[in-house]
Design a protein around this ligand. Structure first.
Ligand SMILES: NC(=O)c1ccc[n+]([C@@H]2O[C@H](COP(=O)([O-])OP(=O)(O)OC[C@H]3O[C@@H](n4cnc5c(N)ncnc54)[C@H](OP(=O)(O)O)[C@@H]3O)[C@@H](O)[C@H]2O)c1
Length: 347
């Protein structure tokens, strides 16, 4: 690949896809050569205009994945859904066209935890076509796995791990908010969780899997619990208004059990407006062992900046990686290259 002109196609032009597009259009050495969306309001429009990047010419948005692959991208960024079963067909199409893939589906960060046989098939398929497939994002893909492993790199011994994230959910899409569990009565939230229509934050089992594999641990069970956080007054997210008596967020606790004990405990506090509900924005990692290690990132990683940043910063490391299905723990750190963000600087 000519590193002065890396060709990228983007599949899915929601929050992350748009942010990655804008970021790459402002970055020397990258060219967005194709964009696929199923949104009828976007089809046929120039990408730059659609995502609010008003410099220069840009490719037009297409409904059809094959059209978006016609310009032979080196890497395809897939930012559509969270579930392996829903992205597998698109990933296979990209692989068949000789493209490397970075996918934001949380389950793709460590698909062996979801369906080992399917993950192994995908790995073989990617190897056969000489391309690399990576699942990456903020969490999983960076905060609760790559960063945990970086911190653990200074330890003599790791006995257990604790993480805590407090995240503003206000700028997620309506689809993502409803899937997370925002905007429901307490009863509908509880029923939705039980019936697996509401998922809370997806991706902790994947982060646990990445860290466990790297540290040589075998997880016997992953436990989860959810506590809804109710709105006392009306609260507006960008794409959803929460009324009093509806969920404005939730606390989710996930635990990975190794040899009968909690080995990795992850707490996630997600809310439309965490400070208003009494939660300070932060990301915290505690590694218990020898020595005790702890880091706090305050006011915490912004979910939109971080997700698009990790995805865009992963393009060159994916091009450098051996073929196959890989995780962020298999690759060197993600690295940003100089970026001119143009007139609009926030995601
Ligand atoms: N690993 C991580 O840390 C991380 C970080 C960020 C995001 N994610 C995940 O990545 C996905 C995208 O995030 P986002 O914030 O960009 O979500 P979003 O704003 O809802 O955008 C997703 C876009 O993909 C489209 N789409 C959904 N399902 C599709 C399908 N089966 N085929 C084609 N297009 C489809 C949607 O179209 P419609 O509007 O028509 O539904 C929407 O335009 C989400 O599932 C999110 O949970 C993971």
């Amino acid at each position: 690949v000519n590193r002065t002109d890396i060709a990228v196609t983007i599949v899915g032009l929601g929050r992350v896809g748009s942010d990655v597009a804008r970021l790459l259009m402002g970055r020397r050495g990258f060219k967005v050569v194709g964009v696929q969306s199923r949104n009828p309001n976007l089809i046929g429009r120039p990408l730059a205009e659609a995502v609010g990047f008003r410099k220069g010419k840009s490719v037009r948005i297409t409904r059809d994945l094959l059209t978006a692959l016609e310009s032979h991208p080196d890497v395809v960024v897939i930012a559509t859904t969270s579930f392996m079963a829903e992205v597998e067909t698109d990933i296979r199409t990209c692989i068949r066209h000789g493209c490397n893939v970075i996918c934001t589906a949380e389950e793709l960060a460590f698909p062996w935890a979801i369906d080992r046989a399917a993950a192994e098939r995908l790995d073989r398929f990617a190897r056969r076509h000489g391309v690399t497939v990576l699942g990456a994002g903020a969490n999983p893909g960076f905060i609760t796995d790559a960063l945990v492993l970086t911190l653990a790199g200074a330890a003599w011994n790791v006995e257990s791990i604790q993480t805590r994230r407090v995240v503003t959910l206000a700028r997620f899409s309506r689809t993502v908010l409803k899937r997370l569990g925002v905007g429901y009565t307490r009863r509908d939230f509880t029923t939705g969780i039980r019936q697996e229509r509401i998922f809370g934050h997806i991706g902790f089992p994947e982060s646990f899997g990445i860290v466990a594999k790297s540290l040589g641990k075998s997880i016997s069970q992953v436990r989860k619990s959810y506590e809804p956080l109710m709105a006392e007054e009306e609260m507006a997210a960008t794409n959803l208004t929460v009324r009093p008596g509806q969920t404005a967020g939730f606390i989710q606790r996930s635990e990975a059990i190794v040899k009968g004990k909690v080995w990795f405990a992850a707490e996630f506090v997600g809310h439309i407006n965490p400070p208003a509900a009494g939660y300070d924005l932060e990301d915290r990692i505690n590694i218990h062992g020898t020595p005790e290690l702890s880091i706090v990132v305050a006011p915490g990683f912004d979910p939109q900046f971080t997700s698009a940043g990790v995805v865009a910063n992963s393009i060159t490391r994916v091009l450098d990686a051996p073929p196959g299905l890989v995780t962020v723990a298999d690759l060197r750190p993600a690295t940003p290259l100089p970026t001119d963000l143009g007139p609009r600087t926030s995601p």
